[in-house]
Design a protein around this ligand. Sequence first.
Ligand SMILES: Cc1cc2nc3c(=O)[nH]c(=O)nc-3n(C[C@H](O)[C@H](O)[C@H](O)COP(=O)(O)OP(=O)(O)OC[C@H]3O[C@@H](n4cnc5c(N)ncnc54)[C@H](O)[C@@H]3O)c2cc1C
Length: 391
Amino acid sequence: MTPLFDRLDALPPLSAEERQLLDSVTALARDEIAPRAAALDKSAEFPWDNVTAINRLGLNAMFVPEAYGGAGMSYAAYLACVRELSAACASTGIIWATNFHAAKPLIDFGSDEQKERLLPQVAAGALLALAITEPEAGSDATGMTTRFTPVGNDAVEIDGGKIFITNGDVADLILLFGKWADLGDGKGAITALYLEKGAPGFRVLRKEEKLGHRASSTAALAFDKCRVPRANVLGLPGQGLPLLLAALNKSRPSVAAHALGIARAAFADAVAYTNQRRQSGRRIVEFQGIQFLLADLATDLAMCEAWLWHVARLVDAGIGDIGPEASMLKMRASDLAMRIATEAVQLHGGYGYIADNRVERLLRDAKITQIWEGANQLHRQLIGRSFVERG
Ligand SMILES: Cc1cc2nc3c(=O)[nH]c(=O)nc-3n(C[C@H](O)[C@H](O)[C@H](O)COP(=O)(O)OP(=O)(O)OC[C@H]3O[C@@H](n4cnc5c(N)ncnc54)[C@H](O)[C@@H]3O)c2cc1C
């Protein structure tokens, strides 16, 4: 591909240590993760070998502060790693990114005691899940009905259920959102807590069969008088909603980086194939119609990646109020992943529809990126609402 994408990759101001880690992730993605992706997609088996390989690099440690056994690297470095892993295997990319999504609120809002107790396991390679969605509470998460009832001073009992939870059946630690029973049913009752593997009363109801991301697990969870220590409540009861909104500002750019990994892979395949496929005595890339399409896709991809690094810079500068920027990034990156994957299939002609071709998988993997972490309709609303002046 042209040097323009290499120049974009040089944009985030990574330290020498971060560049070195990113090089190791790129090598791991190329040598181990990408070669396994097609078989894992077919079998829908959880990619334990990839998780082991990621933990061999100590990759969770990059987002955990040094004081708690981590390496405390930048958000830009983290996003670059998510994109690299996701281009190789979208399932593996989202499994690892979910560790960050569920751990970041602990880093940002946990007490010293909670961080000292839980973060070293995260740094050492624990799998995490973030459980918000319920059967009747999707785009409007505030409708959740999972209840947290205090029992004495030391315990909390959880009743309810969650659906569609990435890593839900394999997680060592689940960041769970519910409503604090004593505070009623409104938004002001929303509370977050960490549930550790093996908590009594916790059950995995089922694993979903999916269109894409088939090697990542998506589980329905049930809580029946499930007991956790009160010490696992994050922040105070009733503080869950602001905590959730702050957490989403970090996870939405992350799922955008994941979508851009899929977009990059699809674009690379489109360029490679159109340069090789011959029809009417010419390589199909020589047809102007195909050049115009590649030009449009490359331009939108480059613009969106530049915005990714813009948002990363804001987060690394400690700017918290980035809701509209994060929504723009999530919405555009995911729409673009779907568009590029669709066009990549089109450019492969009939071969693109055949399962042996990577673009067939990329198209299936791209679709969910427009739905999760807030469906794109929701992001359009959030961006639009930010322009309403308060009277
Ligand atoms: C593979 C997979 C993994 C997931 N992982 C997780 C996870 O780890 N943790 C977690 O908590 N959740 C997870 N989810 C859930 C995901 O975030 C939700 O599916 C998503 O938020 C949408 O909710 P819903 O499915 O209930 O759709 P609904 O909210 O019922 O939406 C249905 C349709 O209506 C549209 N819509 C809704 N409200 C509006 C509105 N106000 N205006 C216009 N259109 C609207 C939506 O955009 C959508 O097109 C996952 C889902 C999947 C499929």
